[in-house]
Write a protein that binds this ligand. Structure first.
Ligand code: ITT
Length: 195
């Protein structure tokens, strides 16, 4: 089955390809020029649907199935921030490193060395006839240091529950088994098999 991914995030493309080996995955930028999508939903689910619908419309091909991922981190000591604003936490155009260091500084300002947190991934699937959404979560401890360079985004400060290393240090297979994205995609695959 051919699946078009509505994302510009290379880390997501890499992980989704590795998690969906039975599907032909095509980032939408290989079919049309990338364009800006205003993610103005109130939650992860709305933003995932906004991205999937926007790319479905732009492709102008009724036969495609579009899949989008909206994800982010919610830190308990920061009352759930940055949440749906994770990609823009350090401002518009912020890099993954800018966001990571801003989050480390915000946690340090609370005079703690770590906090419980979780990643959320909402996956939306849009076809000509239907629209679906599913979620996955991963609970972690976030630390005020960046360790390791595996994964992407906030991974170097994330220690999954039951582990003593960050997702930046653990191998790809471990993240594949535990991640919010893999849990959401396992549900998405059930839907995809019905289409
Ligand atoms: P698209 O909207 O084009 O998909 P994006 O990077 O803007 O790309 P989001 O709006 O969903 O995607 O923002 C997700 C943010 O959360 C972004 O800063 C990521 O780095 C971070 N994030 C999500 N999942 C992550 C993961 O598995 N590991 C590390 N960081 C993650």
């Amino acid at each position: 089955m051919k699946l078009v991914l509505a994302t510009s995030n290379k880390g997501k493309v890499r992980e989704i390809k590795a998690l969906c080996e039975d599907f032909e995955i095509i980032p939408y930028s290989e079919l049309i020029d990338e364009f800006e999508i205003v993610e103005d939903g109130d939650d992860f689910k709305e933003n995932a649907l906004i991205k999937a619908r926007a790319v479905f419309k732009a492709l102008n091909d009724e036969n495609v199935i579009v899949l989008a991922d909206d994800s982010g981190i919610s830190v308990d000591i920061l009352d759930g921030k940055p949440g749906i604003y994770s990609a823009r936490y350090a401002g518009a155009g912020a890099t993954d490193k800018d966001n990571l260091h801003k989050l480390i500084d915000a946690i340090k300002e609370k005079n703690v060395k770590s906090s419980s947190a979780h990643y959320t991934a909402a996956i939306a699937i849009v076809t000509k006839e239907s629209q679906y959404s599913v979620h996955g979560w991963m609970h972690v401890e976030v630390i005020t240091k960046a360790l390791g360079d595996k994964g992407f985004g906030y991974d170097p400060m994330f220690i999954p529950l039951g582990y003593d290393k960050t997702l930046g240090q653990l191998d790809d297979e471990t993240k594949k088994r535990l991640s919010h994205r893999s849990k959401a995609l396992n549900l998405a695959k059930i839907i995809l098999q019905t289409l």
